[in-house]
Write a protein of this length. Structure first.
Length: 57
């Protein structure tokens, strides 16, 4: 009788420390000659490229 191997468990993914798993980061928007802050906009996290998972490198 042949033994059936169980598949190895999938590695646990950890969330990105920069975006905390959301894949998005807030960027400050500045306007005018004095660079006044007028608000924030959402941008793609460059550490994980929007996946929300920590890079394995």
């Amino acid at each position: 009788m042949a033994r059936v191997k169980k598949p190895a468990p999938a590695p646990q993914s950890t969330e990105c420390p920069t975006c905390k798993g959301s894949g998005e980061v807030a960027r400050t928007v500045r306007v005018g000659r004095k660079h006044r802050v007028v608000g924030q906009q959402v941008g793609l996290c460059l550490t994980c490229l929007g996946s929300g998972e920590a890079p394995t490198d």
